[in-house]
Design a protein around this ligand. Structure first.
Ligand SMILES: Cc1cc2nc3c(=O)[nH]c(=O)nc-3n(C[C@H](O)[C@H](O)[C@H](O)COP(=O)(O)OP(=O)(O)OC[C@H]3O[C@@H](n4cnc5c(N)ncnc54)[C@H](O)[C@@H]3O)c2cc1C
Length: 120
């Protein structure tokens, strides 16, 4: 799609959701992000095939050489923003535990209501 077609399509979709007010209030200013044109975008999310979770996840969950692996791909439910957030909680908890901050790790799990899956 050309830039103009892309913007027109997005406006059409927003208008479908919110009505004519969209056209009334649209100033003509926009910022366009097209992933297909971004040379730095190589993939969108992890999509492990059969056996790859079993293969990779144990090493993601290890604290090794001062490194903790975080990111959407390291979560059992990979692909989502929530996977990235869950992995961040898990990674920070791992760092805290590794350095002896057990009660802080527990507090983190409680604060983010993660005690059902983040066992500390
Ligand atoms: C087009 C598209 C649509 C999506 N739609 C949805 C959706 O509707 N809902 C949803 O939940 N998820 C969606 N996702 C997936 C979601 O965006 C990702 O799962 C999530 O952003 C992953 O978060 P992350 O923190 O693991 O990785 P990222 O968001 O990729 O963050 C990694 C960061 O590391 C930086 N980085 C990379 N290399 C280096 C380096 N060497 N040094 C320093 N920094 C570096 C990158 O610049 C980036 O900022 C979508 C993804 C795409 C691409």
């Amino acid at each position: 799609m050309s830039k103009q077609e892309h913007v027109a399509r997005v406006l059409e979709y927003i208008q479908e959701l919110h009505g004519f007010i969209v056209l009334e209030q649209y100033t003509g200013n926009y910022a366009r992000k097209c992933w297909n044109l971004d040379p730095a975008a190589g993939a969108a999310w992890a999509d492990p095939s059969a056996g790859q979770r079993t293969l990779f996840i144990p090493s993601y969950l290890k604290y090794a050489q001062g490194l903790v692996h975080m990111g959407e791909h390291t979560d059992i439910k990979q692909s989502w923003i929530s996977s990235a957030l869950h992995s961040a909680l898990r990674g920070v908890a791992m760092l805290l535990v590794e350095h002896g901050y057990i009660s802080e790790a527990r507090q983190l799990a409680r604060h983010w209501n993660a005690t059902s899956w983040l066992w500390i």
